[in-house]
Design a protein around this ligand. Structure first.
Ligand SMILES: Cc1cc2nc3c(=O)[nH]c(=O)nc-3n(C[C@H](O)[C@H](O)[C@H](O)COP(=O)(O)OP(=O)(O)OC[C@H]3O[C@@H](n4cnc5c(N)ncnc54)[C@H](O)[C@@H]3O)c2cc1C
Ligand code: HEM
Length: 388
Protein backbone atom coordinates (compact mmCIF):
# COMPACT_ATOMS: atom_id res chain seq x y z
CA UNK A 1 0.00 0.00 0.00
CA UNK A 2 1.88 3.12 -1.20
CA UNK A 3 1.23 6.42 0.53
CA UNK A 4 3.43 9.38 -0.25
CA UNK A 5 2.77 12.18 2.23
CA UNK A 6 1.42 15.42 0.76
CA UNK A 7 3.83 18.33 0.87
CA UNK A 8 2.86 21.49 2.74
CA UNK A 9 2.95 23.61 -0.41
CA UNK A 10 0.69 26.66 -0.14
CA UNK A 11 -2.34 26.08 -2.38
CA UNK A 12 -2.71 28.20 -5.47
CA UNK A 13 -6.21 29.34 -6.46
CA UNK A 14 -6.69 27.84 -9.93
CA UNK A 15 -7.90 30.03 -12.78
CA UNK A 16 -11.35 29.18 -14.15
CA UNK A 17 -9.81 27.34 -17.11
CA UNK A 18 -7.44 25.38 -14.85
CA UNK A 19 -10.28 24.51 -12.47
CA UNK A 20 -12.46 23.25 -15.34
CA UNK A 21 -9.59 21.08 -16.59
CA UNK A 22 -8.97 19.79 -13.05
CA UNK A 23 -12.63 18.85 -12.66
CA UNK A 24 -12.60 17.08 -16.02
CA UNK A 25 -9.52 15.02 -15.07
CA UNK A 26 -10.92 14.22 -11.60
CA UNK A 27 -14.31 13.15 -12.98
CA UNK A 28 -12.92 10.88 -15.67
CA UNK A 29 -10.32 9.27 -13.41
CA UNK A 30 -12.89 8.73 -10.65
CA UNK A 31 -15.42 7.26 -13.10
CA UNK A 32 -12.82 4.62 -13.96
CA UNK A 33 -12.43 3.49 -10.31
CA UNK A 34 -15.98 4.00 -9.07
CA UNK A 35 -16.95 0.36 -9.57
CA UNK A 36 -14.30 -0.52 -6.95
CA UNK A 37 -15.67 1.93 -4.40
CA UNK A 38 -15.68 -0.60 -1.52
CA UNK A 39 -12.03 -1.59 -1.92
CA UNK A 40 -11.05 2.02 -2.50
CA UNK A 41 -12.80 3.04 0.68
CA UNK A 42 -11.08 0.28 2.72
CA UNK A 43 -7.72 1.40 1.34
CA UNK A 44 -8.49 5.04 2.16
CA UNK A 45 -9.33 4.35 5.81
CA UNK A 46 -6.42 1.88 6.21
CA UNK A 47 -3.91 4.54 5.08
CA UNK A 48 -5.58 7.22 7.17
CA UNK A 49 -5.65 5.16 10.39
CA UNK A 50 -2.11 3.99 9.78
CA UNK A 51 -0.77 7.52 9.29
CA UNK A 52 -2.83 9.16 12.04
CA UNK A 53 -4.12 6.42 14.39
CA UNK A 54 -5.77 8.97 16.66
CA UNK A 55 -8.30 9.79 13.90
CA UNK A 56 -9.92 6.34 14.28
CA UNK A 57 -11.86 7.46 17.32
CA UNK A 58 -13.36 10.44 15.46
CA UNK A 59 -15.38 7.98 13.36
CA UNK A 60 -18.28 5.75 14.44
CA UNK A 61 -17.33 2.45 16.08
CA UNK A 62 -19.00 0.54 13.22
CA UNK A 63 -17.68 1.99 9.97
CA UNK A 64 -20.17 0.01 7.84
CA UNK A 65 -22.97 2.14 9.22
CA UNK A 66 -21.62 5.27 7.57
CA UNK A 67 -21.04 3.93 4.06
CA UNK A 68 -17.87 6.10 3.84
CA UNK A 69 -19.54 9.44 4.24
CA UNK A 70 -16.22 11.27 4.45
CA UNK A 71 -14.82 9.65 1.31
CA UNK A 72 -18.03 10.29 -0.63
CA UNK A 73 -18.00 13.88 0.57
CA UNK A 74 -14.39 14.36 -0.50
CA UNK A 75 -15.02 13.02 -3.98
CA UNK A 76 -18.15 15.17 -4.27
CA UNK A 77 -16.39 18.35 -3.16
CA UNK A 78 -13.17 18.07 -5.23
CA UNK A 79 -15.41 18.01 -8.31
CA UNK A 80 -16.65 21.47 -7.45
CA UNK A 81 -13.42 23.44 -7.55
CA UNK A 82 -14.69 25.09 -10.72
CA UNK A 83 -17.50 26.69 -8.67
CA UNK A 84 -15.47 28.63 -6.06
CA UNK A 85 -18.19 31.22 -5.38
CA UNK A 86 -20.42 28.51 -3.93
CA UNK A 87 -17.69 26.21 -2.71
CA UNK A 88 -15.58 28.55 -0.59
CA UNK A 89 -18.42 29.81 1.68
CA UNK A 90 -19.50 26.16 2.13
CA UNK A 91 -15.95 25.00 2.96
CA UNK A 92 -15.55 27.86 5.42
CA UNK A 93 -18.61 26.63 7.31
CA UNK A 94 -17.55 22.98 6.95
CA UNK A 95 -14.08 23.70 8.35
CA UNK A 96 -15.60 25.37 11.42
CA UNK A 97 -18.05 22.49 11.67
CA UNK A 98 -15.26 19.85 11.60
CA UNK A 99 -13.89 21.18 14.92
CA UNK A 100 -16.78 19.36 16.63
CA UNK A 101 -15.24 16.00 15.52
CA UNK A 102 -11.86 16.96 17.03
CA UNK A 103 -10.25 17.40 13.59
CA UNK A 104 -6.98 19.38 13.77
CA UNK A 105 -4.75 20.89 11.07
CA UNK A 106 -2.38 17.92 10.65
CA UNK A 107 -5.30 15.55 9.96
CA UNK A 108 -5.93 17.33 6.65
CA UNK A 109 -2.57 16.16 5.39
CA UNK A 110 -3.25 12.56 6.43
CA UNK A 111 -6.70 12.56 4.77
CA UNK A 112 -5.23 14.04 1.57
CA UNK A 113 -2.47 11.45 1.47
CA UNK A 114 -4.98 8.64 2.02
CA UNK A 115 -7.27 9.98 -0.70
CA UNK A 116 -4.52 10.28 -3.31
CA UNK A 117 -3.09 6.88 -2.37
CA UNK A 118 -6.48 5.20 -2.78
CA UNK A 119 -7.25 6.76 -6.17
CA UNK A 120 -3.72 6.14 -7.42
CA UNK A 121 -3.80 2.47 -6.42
CA UNK A 122 -7.09 1.74 -8.17
CA UNK A 123 -6.55 4.03 -11.18
CA UNK A 124 -3.47 2.03 -12.24
CA UNK A 125 -2.25 3.36 -15.62
CA UNK A 126 -4.91 6.03 -15.49
CA UNK A 127 -2.89 7.79 -12.75
CA UNK A 128 -0.91 10.06 -15.08
CA UNK A 129 1.08 13.10 -13.88
CA UNK A 130 -1.75 15.37 -15.06
CA UNK A 131 -4.37 13.38 -13.13
CA UNK A 132 -2.13 13.34 -10.03
CA UNK A 133 -1.68 17.14 -10.25
CA UNK A 134 -5.44 17.67 -10.62
CA UNK A 135 -6.33 15.64 -7.48
CA UNK A 136 -3.44 17.11 -5.49
CA UNK A 137 -4.20 20.72 -6.47
CA UNK A 138 -7.93 20.36 -5.84
CA UNK A 139 -7.45 18.68 -2.46
CA UNK A 140 -4.90 21.24 -1.30
CA UNK A 141 -7.21 24.03 -2.33
CA UNK A 142 -10.25 22.69 -0.46
CA UNK A 143 -8.38 21.50 2.62
CA UNK A 144 -6.67 24.87 2.99
CA UNK A 145 -10.04 26.66 2.83
CA UNK A 146 -11.38 24.38 5.58
CA UNK A 147 -8.37 24.35 7.90
CA UNK A 148 -7.82 28.13 7.64
CA UNK A 149 -11.48 28.76 8.55
CA UNK A 150 -11.26 26.33 11.48
CA UNK A 151 -8.12 28.01 12.77
CA UNK A 152 -9.64 31.48 12.55
CA UNK A 153 -12.83 30.53 14.43
CA UNK A 154 -13.00 31.61 18.08
CA UNK A 155 -16.50 30.36 18.95
CA UNK A 156 -17.36 26.99 20.53
CA UNK A 157 -16.85 23.83 18.45
CA UNK A 158 -20.26 22.54 19.62
CA UNK A 159 -23.07 23.25 22.10
CA UNK A 160 -24.73 20.93 24.60
CA UNK A 161 -28.51 20.88 24.40
CA UNK A 162 -31.13 19.30 26.64
CA UNK A 163 -34.26 17.78 25.09
CA UNK A 164 -37.22 19.62 26.63
CA UNK A 165 -39.99 18.20 24.47
CA UNK A 166 -40.55 15.25 22.12
CA UNK A 167 -43.89 14.96 20.38
CA UNK A 168 -44.63 12.22 17.87
CA UNK A 169 -47.03 13.49 15.20
CA UNK A 170 -47.29 10.19 13.35
CA UNK A 171 -45.40 6.91 13.13
CA UNK A 172 -42.64 8.58 11.13
CA UNK A 173 -42.56 12.26 12.17
CA UNK A 174 -41.64 13.83 15.50
CA UNK A 175 -41.12 17.37 16.73
CA UNK A 176 -38.23 17.69 19.16
CA UNK A 177 -37.41 20.82 21.13
CA UNK A 178 -33.99 21.22 22.69
CA UNK A 179 -32.56 24.02 24.81
CA UNK A 180 -28.96 25.17 24.87
CA UNK A 181 -27.32 27.16 27.70
CA UNK A 182 -25.88 29.80 25.36
CA UNK A 183 -27.90 30.48 22.18
CA UNK A 184 -26.49 28.85 19.03
CA UNK A 185 -25.73 31.74 16.62
CA UNK A 186 -27.72 30.47 13.63
CA UNK A 187 -29.87 32.47 11.20
CA UNK A 188 -33.38 31.38 10.23
CA UNK A 189 -33.03 29.06 7.20
CA UNK A 190 -29.68 27.58 8.23
CA UNK A 191 -29.14 23.99 9.39
CA UNK A 192 -27.21 22.45 12.27
CA UNK A 193 -25.65 19.05 12.78
CA UNK A 194 -26.73 17.06 15.81
CA UNK A 195 -25.39 14.07 17.71
CA UNK A 196 -27.74 12.14 19.97
CA UNK A 197 -26.88 9.85 22.91
CA UNK A 198 -28.42 6.79 21.24
CA UNK A 199 -26.25 7.11 18.14
CA UNK A 200 -22.85 8.38 19.34
CA UNK A 201 -20.58 9.86 16.64
CA UNK A 202 -23.31 9.66 14.00
CA UNK A 203 -23.88 13.33 13.28
CA UNK A 204 -26.81 14.34 11.05
CA UNK A 205 -28.02 17.68 9.73
CA UNK A 206 -31.35 19.05 10.96
CA UNK A 207 -32.93 22.43 10.24
CA UNK A 208 -34.31 24.53 13.10
CA UNK A 209 -38.01 25.26 12.60
CA UNK A 210 -37.91 28.49 14.60
CA UNK A 211 -36.03 31.75 14.33
CA UNK A 212 -33.30 32.05 17.01
CA UNK A 213 -34.71 32.67 20.49
CA UNK A 214 -33.07 34.23 23.51
CA UNK A 215 -34.03 31.27 25.72
CA UNK A 216 -31.97 28.97 23.47
CA UNK A 217 -34.93 26.75 22.47
CA UNK A 218 -34.58 25.14 19.05
CA UNK A 219 -37.35 23.08 17.46
CA UNK A 220 -36.51 20.30 15.00
CA UNK A 221 -38.89 18.35 12.75
CA UNK A 222 -37.60 14.85 12.13
CA UNK A 223 -38.95 12.31 9.67
CA UNK A 224 -37.60 8.79 10.00
CA UNK A 225 -36.31 7.38 6.73
CA UNK A 226 -36.43 3.69 5.91
CA UNK A 227 -33.35 1.93 7.25
CA UNK A 228 -32.17 5.21 8.78
CA UNK A 229 -29.83 4.87 11.74
CA UNK A 230 -30.32 8.24 13.32
CA UNK A 231 -33.73 9.51 12.20
CA UNK A 232 -35.52 6.36 13.38
CA UNK A 233 -33.82 6.52 16.77
CA UNK A 234 -34.74 10.20 17.16
CA UNK A 235 -38.39 9.72 16.20
CA UNK A 236 -38.95 6.55 18.21
CA UNK A 237 -36.66 6.78 21.23
CA UNK A 238 -35.88 10.39 22.13
CA UNK A 239 -36.75 11.25 25.74
CA UNK A 240 -37.03 14.50 27.64
CA UNK A 241 -33.78 15.14 29.49
CA UNK A 242 -31.57 13.55 26.79
CA UNK A 243 -28.42 15.53 26.06
CA UNK A 244 -27.65 16.27 22.41
CA UNK A 245 -24.61 17.93 20.90
CA UNK A 246 -25.16 20.61 18.27
CA UNK A 247 -22.60 21.75 15.68
CA UNK A 248 -22.13 25.28 14.32
CA UNK A 249 -24.62 26.75 11.81
CA UNK A 250 -24.32 25.92 8.14
CA UNK A 251 -26.11 26.89 4.93
CA UNK A 252 -26.98 30.10 3.14
CA UNK A 253 -30.74 29.97 2.66
CA UNK A 254 -32.44 33.27 3.45
CA UNK A 255 -34.84 35.83 2.05
CA UNK A 256 -33.35 38.94 0.48
CA UNK A 257 -35.86 41.53 1.68
CA UNK A 258 -34.07 44.22 -0.37
CA UNK A 259 -34.32 42.46 -3.76
CA UNK A 260 -37.57 44.26 -4.61
CA UNK A 261 -39.07 40.96 -5.79
CA UNK A 262 -41.92 38.93 -4.36
CA UNK A 263 -41.09 35.57 -2.81
CA UNK A 264 -42.00 32.04 -3.84
CA UNK A 265 -41.23 29.12 -1.53
CA UNK A 266 -41.58 25.50 -2.62
CA UNK A 267 -41.58 23.12 0.30
CA UNK A 268 -41.60 19.31 0.59
CA UNK A 269 -41.45 17.12 3.72
CA UNK A 270 -39.36 18.42 6.62
CA UNK A 271 -38.21 21.22 4.29
CA UNK A 272 -41.12 22.94 6.03
CA UNK A 273 -38.89 23.43 9.10
CA UNK A 274 -36.40 26.02 7.77
CA UNK A 275 -39.18 27.75 5.82
CA UNK A 276 -41.19 28.11 9.02
CA UNK A 277 -38.13 29.63 10.72
CA UNK A 278 -37.75 32.10 7.84
CA UNK A 279 -41.45 33.05 7.87
CA UNK A 280 -41.39 33.48 11.63
CA UNK A 281 -38.44 35.84 11.27
CA UNK A 282 -40.12 37.78 8.44
CA UNK A 283 -43.21 38.16 10.63
CA UNK A 284 -41.11 40.22 13.06
CA UNK A 285 -40.96 43.00 10.42
CA UNK A 286 -43.90 45.31 9.73
CA UNK A 287 -43.63 45.06 5.94
CA UNK A 288 -42.64 42.15 3.75
CA UNK A 289 -42.64 41.21 0.08
CA UNK A 290 -45.71 39.21 -0.99
CA UNK A 291 -44.84 35.59 -0.26
CA UNK A 292 -46.48 32.50 -1.71
CA UNK A 293 -45.64 29.12 -0.18
CA UNK A 294 -46.51 25.80 -1.84
CA UNK A 295 -46.36 22.97 0.70
CA UNK A 296 -46.44 19.56 -0.95
CA UNK A 297 -46.65 15.86 -0.22
CA UNK A 298 -48.21 12.72 -1.63
CA UNK A 299 -51.29 13.12 0.59
CA UNK A 300 -52.61 15.30 3.40
CA UNK A 301 -50.91 13.15 6.03
CA UNK A 302 -47.52 14.13 4.63
CA UNK A 303 -48.30 17.85 5.12
CA UNK A 304 -47.63 17.30 8.80
CA UNK A 305 -47.17 20.99 9.69
CA UNK A 306 -49.53 22.63 7.22
CA UNK A 307 -51.86 23.83 10.00
CA UNK A 308 -49.25 25.98 11.70
CA UNK A 309 -48.00 27.46 8.41
CA UNK A 310 -51.57 28.39 7.47
CA UNK A 311 -52.04 29.83 10.95
CA UNK A 312 -49.11 32.18 10.28
CA UNK A 313 -50.84 33.38 7.11
CA UNK A 314 -53.97 34.42 9.08
CA UNK A 315 -51.99 37.06 10.99
CA UNK A 316 -49.62 38.06 8.16
CA UNK A 317 -51.48 39.45 5.12
CA UNK A 318 -48.34 39.30 2.91
CA UNK A 319 -48.31 35.49 3.26
CA UNK A 320 -50.30 32.96 1.23
CA UNK A 321 -49.87 29.22 1.92
CA UNK A 322 -51.12 26.68 -0.64
CA UNK A 323 -51.38 22.90 0.02
CA UNK A 324 -50.35 20.59 -2.82
CA UNK A 325 -51.09 16.84 -2.80
CA UNK A 326 -50.93 14.09 -5.38
CA UNK A 327 -54.14 12.43 -4.13
CA UNK A 328 -56.87 14.20 -2.20
CA UNK A 329 -59.84 12.17 -1.03
CA UNK A 330 -60.64 14.64 1.74
CA UNK A 331 -61.96 17.50 -0.41
CA UNK A 332 -59.98 20.06 1.60
CA UNK A 333 -59.18 22.13 -1.48
CA UNK A 334 -55.53 21.31 -2.14
CA UNK A 335 -53.95 21.83 -5.56
CA UNK A 336 -53.52 18.45 -7.21
CA UNK A 337 -50.21 17.19 -8.60
CA UNK A 338 -46.55 17.06 -7.70
CA UNK A 339 -44.84 20.27 -6.53
CA UNK A 340 -42.98 20.79 -9.86
CA UNK A 341 -46.28 20.27 -11.78
CA UNK A 342 -48.28 22.69 -9.72
CA UNK A 343 -45.65 25.41 -9.39
CA UNK A 344 -44.85 25.54 -13.12
CA UNK A 345 -48.58 25.56 -13.97
CA UNK A 346 -48.50 29.18 -12.77
CA UNK A 347 -45.80 30.14 -15.31
CA UNK A 348 -42.18 31.20 -14.95
CA UNK A 349 -42.30 33.31 -11.75
CA UNK A 350 -39.84 35.69 -13.38
CA UNK A 351 -40.53 38.49 -10.92
CA UNK A 352 -39.98 36.27 -7.85
CA UNK A 353 -37.08 35.09 -5.74
CA UNK A 354 -37.54 31.35 -5.28
CA UNK A 355 -36.55 29.21 -2.28
CA UNK A 356 -36.76 25.43 -2.74
CA UNK A 357 -36.52 23.23 0.32
CA UNK A 358 -36.98 19.47 0.74
CA UNK A 359 -35.33 16.16 -0.12
CA UNK A 360 -32.50 16.18 -2.69
CA UNK A 361 -34.81 14.49 -5.24
CA UNK A 362 -37.58 17.04 -4.75
CA UNK A 363 -35.08 19.93 -5.08
CA UNK A 364 -33.62 18.50 -8.30
CA UNK A 365 -37.05 17.90 -9.86
CA UNK A 366 -38.41 21.32 -8.90
CA UNK A 367 -35.36 23.33 -9.96
CA UNK A 368 -35.02 21.60 -13.33
CA UNK A 369 -38.73 22.04 -14.17
CA UNK A 370 -38.63 25.70 -13.17
CA UNK A 371 -35.57 26.34 -15.34
CA UNK A 372 -37.38 24.77 -18.30
CA UNK A 373 -40.42 26.95 -17.52
CA UNK A 374 -38.18 30.03 -17.75
CA UNK A 375 -37.40 30.97 -14.13
CA UNK A 376 -34.00 32.73 -14.08
CA UNK A 377 -31.36 30.50 -12.45
CA UNK A 378 -29.92 33.27 -10.31
CA UNK A 379 -33.33 33.81 -8.68
CA UNK A 380 -33.62 30.19 -7.49
CA UNK A 381 -32.04 29.41 -4.12
CA UNK A 382 -31.53 26.12 -2.29
CA UNK A 383 -28.78 24.46 -0.26
CA UNK A 384 -27.02 22.43 -2.92
CA UNK A 385 -24.43 20.55 -0.90
CA UNK A 386 -26.46 17.55 0.09
CA UNK A 387 -24.77 14.19 -0.14
CA UNK A 388 -27.61 11.66 0.31
C1 LIG B 1 -29.02 20.45 4.79
C2 LIG B 1 -29.83 19.32 5.36
C3 LIG B 1 -30.88 19.58 6.23
C4 LIG B 1 -31.66 18.54 6.73
N1 LIG B 1 -32.70 18.83 7.57
C5 LIG B 1 -33.47 17.81 8.03
C6 LIG B 1 -34.60 18.08 8.91
O1 LIG B 1 -34.87 19.22 9.30
N2 LIG B 1 -35.34 17.02 9.33
C7 LIG B 1 -35.07 15.72 8.93
O2 LIG B 1 -35.79 14.82 9.35
N3 LIG B 1 -34.01 15.45 8.12
C8 LIG B 1 -33.21 16.45 7.67
N4 LIG B 1 -32.15 16.17 6.85
C9 LIG B 1 -31.84 14.74 6.57
C10 LIG B 1 -31.00 14.17 7.74
O3 LIG B 1 -29.80 14.88 7.89
C11 LIG B 1 -30.62 12.70 7.54
O4 LIG B 1 -29.94 12.54 6.33
C12 LIG B 1 -31.83 11.79 7.56
O5 LIG B 1 -32.49 11.96 8.81
C13 LIG B 1 -31.39 10.33 7.42
O6 LIG B 1 -30.46 9.97 8.42
P1 LIG B 1 -30.42 8.49 8.97
O7 LIG B 1 -29.20 8.34 9.81
O8 LIG B 1 -31.70 8.13 9.59
O9 LIG B 1 -30.25 7.63 7.64
P2 LIG B 1 -28.93 6.90 7.12
O10 LIG B 1 -28.65 5.76 8.04
O11 LIG B 1 -27.87 7.92 6.91
O12 LIG B 1 -29.42 6.40 5.72
C14 LIG B 1 -30.30 5.27 5.61
C15 LIG B 1 -30.91 5.17 4.23
O13 LIG B 1 -31.81 6.27 4.02
C16 LIG B 1 -31.46 6.99 2.83
N5 LIG B 1 -31.69 8.41 3.13
C17 LIG B 1 -30.87 9.25 3.81
N6 LIG B 1 -31.42 10.47 3.91
C18 LIG B 1 -32.62 10.41 3.30
C19 LIG B 1 -33.65 11.36 3.09
N7 LIG B 1 -33.54 12.65 3.51
N8 LIG B 1 -34.76 10.94 2.43
C20 LIG B 1 -34.88 9.66 2.01
N9 LIG B 1 -33.92 8.70 2.18
C21 LIG B 1 -32.81 9.08 2.81
C22 LIG B 1 -29.99 6.69 2.63
O14 LIG B 1 -29.62 6.83 1.27
C23 LIG B 1 -29.88 5.26 3.11
O15 LIG B 1 -30.28 4.37 2.11
C24 LIG B 1 -31.36 17.20 6.36
C25 LIG B 1 -30.30 16.94 5.50
C26 LIG B 1 -29.53 17.98 5.00
C27 LIG B 1 -28.38 17.66 4.08
C1 HEM C 1 -10.44 18.41 3.36
C2 HEM C 1 -11.53 18.14 3.03
C3 HEM C 1 -12.70 17.55 3.76
C4 HEM C 1 -13.97 17.61 3.29
C5 HEM C 1 -14.44 18.25 2.00
C6 HEM C 1 -14.81 16.93 4.26
C7 HEM C 1 -16.18 16.82 4.14
C8 HEM C 1 -16.99 16.16 5.02
C9 HEM C 1 -18.43 16.14 4.97
C10 HEM C 1 -19.28 16.92 3.95
C11 HEM C 1 -18.86 15.34 5.96
C12 HEM C 1 -20.32 15.04 6.32
C13 HEM C 1 -20.82 13.91 5.52
C14 HEM C 1 -22.30 13.65 5.77
O1 HEM C 1 -22.76 13.79 6.91
O2 HEM C 1 -22.97 13.31 4.80
C15 HEM C 1 -17.71 14.85 6.65
C16 HEM C 1 -17.76 14.00 7.73
C17 HEM C 1 -16.65 13.68 8.49
N1 HEM C 1 -15.36 14.11 8.29
FE1 HEM C 1 -14.71 15.35 6.86
N2 HEM C 1 -14.05 16.46 5.30
C18 HEM C 1 -12.73 16.82 5.05
C19 HEM C 1 -11.65 16.56 5.86
C20 HEM C 1 -11.70 15.81 7.01
C21 HEM C 1 -10.56 15.53 7.84
C22 HEM C 1 -9.14 16.04 7.62
C23 HEM C 1 -10.99 14.73 8.85
C24 HEM C 1 -10.13 14.14 9.96
C25 HEM C 1 -9.91 12.89 10.09
C26 HEM C 1 -12.42 14.52 8.65
C27 HEM C 1 -13.23 13.76 9.48
C28 HEM C 1 -14.59 13.59 9.30
C29 HEM C 1 -15.41 12.78 10.19
C30 HEM C 1 -14.93 12.04 11.44
C31 HEM C 1 -16.70 12.84 9.67
C32 HEM C 1 -17.95 12.16 10.28
C33 HEM C 1 -17.89 10.70 10.16
C34 HEM C 1 -18.33 10.26 8.83
O3 HEM C 1 -19.29 10.88 8.38
O4 HEM C 1 -17.74 9.33 8.28
N3 HEM C 1 -12.81 15.20 7.53
N4 HEM C 1 -16.58 15.37 6.07
Amino acid sequence: MSAEPLTDLPPVRPTQAQASEMVHLIRTSFAAVESQADELSKHFYAVLFNMAPETRELFPANMQVQRSRLLRALVHVVQMVDRPDELIPFLTQLGRDHRKFGVIAKHYNAVGTALLSAIKTYAGDGWTPLVADAWTGAYQYISHAMSAAAEAEQGPASWLARVVNHRRLSWDVAIVQVQTGAPVPYRAGQYLSVETPRRPRLWRYLSPANAPREDGIIEFHVRSVEGGWVSRAIVAHTERGDTWRIGPPMGRMSVDRQSGRNQLMVVGGTGAAPIKAILEEMAQYGENPLTKVFVGGRNWEELYDFGSLRQLSYTNPWLNVVPVVEEDDTGQGAELGTLPDVVTRYGAWQDHDVLVCGSPGMIRATVSRMLVAGTPLDQIHYDPFTMD
